[in-house]
Design a binder for this molecule. Structure first.
Ligand code: NAD
Length: 290
């Protein structure tokens, strides 16, 4: 006999008269005591921060990789989650600065293993948006591609020796990878490459039991999104036309990430999963005659 109702932060299930926290007690999510390496927290608005909150609620230990330019913001979050065990700097722009994270983590915890990797990293220099994509110079274009797409390969290569069995990696993408979105420019090319990396790497590490998936998030106002010209118009359009008639929140994305992190999604890899209030399922918007 199983009954489920909400209490406080989680769902309480009563199984054979014994209360258990679903999502925090291992009944379904089985994430208690797992270690997650989280890359991409810059502020409390970061999608990665919402993922940290949900993974922590599910019982995970968190190791955060932060970019030095956001150090003071990230350190302000330090006391908000007991699950955070350590912070180490990382810059995926180079191999050396990526390696630094793993060296510091392993030096402090020799032989430590990661069950979950969150890659929530994206960046394109301002020059990428100053002109039509056709005329963007090589240097800013390469920076956007390296940081927003190829860094998944870089992170995975450094993480590989330290992956626990059946690990799960989650990256964040956007639907401009497959359909044109105004002003997204070079980031749409980077997201297309990131999605291809997701499939490629899923096949590289899948035979050893590791999974890699991407969540394609609807638009959410964050620091990174602030760099996309006309972003508020996109939010307005999605809210009026998505099947759910709203934008998604960081929490919506974090819920899917937590499921992907957990063995509940054990048969899922190499996938692009849309968390976008259903927007990607429509072609002609309901507001067409407005
Ligand atoms: P955010 O600005 O909070 O996070 C972006 C993160 O990328 C920051 O933590 C930043 O430190 C990190 N980063 C950038 N360059 C880096 C580097 N060289 N080395 C290490 N880290 C670096 O914004 P967010 O919206 O939470 O973005 C997270 C991910 O979600 C990105 O991949 C973004 O493209 C993706 N995404 C966002 C939206 C949205 O609308 N916000 C929609 C779809 C996908």
């Amino acid at each position: 006999m199983l009954s489920v109702h909400t209490i406080g932060k989680g769902l309480e299930a009563v199984v054979a008269g014994r209360p258990m926290l679903v999502g925090t007690g291992g009944l379904m999510l089985e994430l208690e005591g797992k270690t997650a390496l989280v890359f991409g927290v810059a502020s409390e608005e970061s999608i990665a921060w919402a993922i940290c909150e949900q993974l922590a609620a599910a019982g995970c230990k968190l190791i955060l990789g932060f970019q030095k330019r956001f150090m003071s913001r990230v350190f302000q979050l330090k006391d908000k989650l007991d699950a955070i065990e350590a912070f180490y700097p990382i810059d995926v722009a180079t191999n050396e600065l990526t390696a630094e994270f793993f060296t510091e983590w392993q030096a402090a915890n020799p032989g430590a293993k990661a069950d979950i990797i969150i890659h929530a990293i994206g960046f394109a220099p301002k020059e990428c948006f100053d002109r039509p994509t056709l005329f963007v110079d090589n240097e800013p274009m390469n920076t956007a591609m390296t940081i927003s797409a190829h860094s998944l390969q870089r992170v995975m290569r450094h993480a590989l020796p330290h992956l626990a069995s059946n690990s799960s990696t989650i990256t964040l993408t956007y639907a401009a990878s497959t359909r044109w979105v105004p002003n997204y420019g070079i980031m749409s090319i980077a997201k297309a490459a990131l999605e291809a990396w997701t499939r490629e790497l899923a096949n590289n590490v899948g035979p050893d039991g590791h999974r890699i998936n991407a969540i394609s998030s609807g638009p959410i106002k964050t620091l990174a999104a602030g760099g996309i010209p006309g972003f508020d118009d996109i939010l307005y359009h999605v809210e009026r036309n998505a099947p759910l008639r709203r934008n998604v929140t960081q929490k919506d994305v974090a819920g899917c990430a937590t499921w992907l992190a957990s063995p509940m999604s054990s048969g899922v890899t190499g996938q692009i999963i849309h968390v976008d209030a259903g927007y990607s399922s429509i072609m002609v918007p309901d507001s067409i005659s407005d």
